[in-house]
Structure formats: structure tokens, C-alpha cells
Design a protein around this ligand. Structure first.
Ligand code: SAM
Length: 288
């Protein structure tokens, strides 16, 4: 199977991963499929045309399929599959369906009874994990919500998870997200900031969460580009029963005490972390 090219197959949807920065990471099978597919559906046809140009690929017909037209575009692709055409789907960078469009397309094509095949390749989550040194389980969340209250609420839910956490973040939100990670998860867990992976200014920086804001502030370049954040698993995790108890105690105290005092007292009573309880108290206040 080493040198045989593997062209796109008729009546099959090929989900193709593309580079996350370094164009040399485009796989051989991805090249074969992109060269031969009758139709290439792309999150952004101009981005994909740019990639194809760099590889001197005379592509099949390019057609857009993104978050805003996924169902309608999928219906057209299903018709093409029915006509025996070979179809490829690529997102802007990395693996479709991972914090990118593609899931709805896959579901609709599967429901229509057509074969789907993955053409694996780069993904920022796998790339970061390969150098993160995480030995146990990890949980990929992708992008946290953009709004601070919603973001902190999600982080509250994630504090009780025993796994390492993997997040995606954009440069314009990196500082506020890291500040929230510190506030909710505490300063002890290790944060790996994996920046601009596979690109010219690739940088990996690992430090305790407590030191991460200072590192980001120290140099404008530290806040530039694309980020994967890998947060090590907590040393000890509140069991679900403990989490329920902390919440119950906090809710009672909040009836009579100001937020900060309630969090402090709840921390003394339950042994849970004060910062986490403070964040939970903020969330509870917003909910009521
Ligand atoms: N589907 C893609 C994948 O498989 O990785 C992810 C697409 S998502 C819209 C884009 C986010 O992925 C970026 O905001 C960043 O968090 C992460 N990312 C993509 N490329 C990256 C890179 N070269 N270095 C670090 N993070 C990257």
C-alpha cells in the first residue's frame, strides 16, 4: 500500500484533514483525494483554493459548506453522491468536525445511506497533546463561551472533572480566558500554552496557572496567534457528592451573608477551594 495512489471513490464522502499551519503536513492520501474528487466542499472556498494552489492541485469543483448553509449544502452533496460523484470535505484548517463544521454533514450523509471515510491528518488538539506530557485521560472542550458569565459557568462545571482539560482559544481572548482559568481552577495546575503549532513562531510554554497571566503580559508576542491550552488534571477532585454538598452549604450561607464571606465560610466548612466557591457564588447570584 506504500506507493499506490488512492483516488477519491465514487458515491463516497471523504472527510479530509488539512494542515494547521505547516503546508508540508498535508498527507499523501489527502493529496490523492483532493486531486481526484469530483467535488470539494469547503468551509471557505478561497482558503481551500489557496491550499490547492500551493500544491499545484487542479481541483474538482469547489463549493462552500459552512455553519450557515450546512444543511442545504449537504442536501446538494447527497444528490451528487446519488449521481455517483466522489465528494471531499475540508474545513479551513485541521480536521473537520473538531471545533469546525462537518458534524451535520456527516450525520445527514450517513442518514441518506452513503459511505463516509475519514482521511486523517493534522488537528491542533492532537498536535498539542503529543507534546503536553499528559499521562491519563483528557477532556477536549474546544472554545469556551465568549461571554464572561457563561465562560465562568462552564469552568465551574469543569472544575469537578478529574481529567486534564484541552481548550482552544483565539488571541483576542487569551488573557481573559487565562484569568478565568486561574480564578476558577486555582493556581496550582500546570498550563501548557501551545501557540502557533507547526508554524514559524511555534512556542510551547508550560507553567503553573498562577504564573500564566504574568507570562502573557511579559511580551506582546506571547499573546499572538492561535492557542491550544492544556491544563493538567487536578491533584484531588471533589467527588460529585462533595460538589453537591459545597453548593448546598453555599446556597444556605448566601441567603444571609455577602458573597465573599459566604464563600470563605463555605470553604472552611466543606474543605473546598475558596476561589472555586467564590466563582460558584457569583454564578449562583447571577442565576437568581
Ligand atoms: N478543526 C481544527 C482542528 O482540527 O484543530 C480547529 C479549528 S478551530 C476553528 C481553530 C482553533 O484551533 C484556533 O483558534 C486555535 O485554538 C486552534 N488552532 C488551530 N491551529 C492552531 C495552531 N497552528 N496552533 C495552535 N492552535 C491552533
Amino acid at each position: 500500500m506504500f506507493d499506490a495512489t488512492q483516488p477519491a471513490r465514487p458515491g463516497v464522502l471523504h472527510i479530509v484533514a488539512t494542515p494547521i499551519g505547516n503546508l508540508r503536513d498535508l498527507g499523501q492520501r489527502a493529496l490523492d483525494v483532493l486531486k481526484t474528487a469530483d467535488i470539494i466542499a469547503a468551509e471557505d472556498t478561497r482558503t481551500t483554493q489557496g491550499l490547492l494552489n500551493t500544491q499545484q492541485i487542479q481541483a474538482g469543483k469547489l463549493t462552500p459548506l459552512h455553519d450557515h448553509n450546512e444543511a442545504a449544502a449537504a442536501a446538494r452533496l447527497i444528490e451528487a453522491l446519488r449521481d455517483g460523484k466522489s465528494v471531499a470535505y475540508v474545513s479551513d484548517a485541521g480536521t473537520p468536525g473538531i471545533s469546525d463544521p462537518g458534524a451535520r454533514l456527516v450525520n445527514l450523509v450517513r442518514a441518506a445511506g452513503f459511505e463516509i471515510t475519514p482521511i486523517p491528518g493534522p488537528s491542533a488538539v492532537a498536535t498539542a497533546l503529543s507534546v503536553a506530557g499528559i499521562e491519563g485521560a483528557w477532556l477536549f472542550y474546544g472554545f469556551l463561551p465568549a461571554k464572561p458569565a457563561a465562560r465562568r459557568k462552564v469552568l465551574q462545571q469543569l472544575t469537578s472533572r478529574p481529567e486534564a482539560l484541552v481548550l482552544y482559544e483565539a488571541p483576542h481572548r487569551i488573557e481573559e480566558t487565562v484569568a478565568d482559568l486561574l480564578a476558577v481552577l486555582g493556581g496550582e495546575r500546570t498550563l501548557l500554552l501551545a501557540r502557533e503549532l507547526t508554524k514559524k513562531f511555534e512556542q510551547l510554554h508550560a507553567c503553573p496557572l498562577a504564573q500564566a497571566p504574568a507570562w502573557l503580559a511579559a511580551d506582546d508576542n506571547h499573546r499572538r496567534g492561535e492557542f491550544v491550552l492544556v491544563i493538567s488534571a487536578p491533584e484531588t477532585v471533589e467527588s460529585d457528592a462533595d460538589a453537591v454538598e459545597s453548593r448546598r452549604v453555599l446556597e444556605i450561607l448566601l441567603e444571609d451573608l455577602p458573597l465573599k464571606q459566604a464563600a470563605q465560610l463555605a470553604a472552611r466548612i466543606t474543605g473546598a477551594r475558596k476561589n472555586a466557591l467564590y466563582e460558584l457564588a457569583l454564578t449562583l447570584k447571577q442565576e437568581t
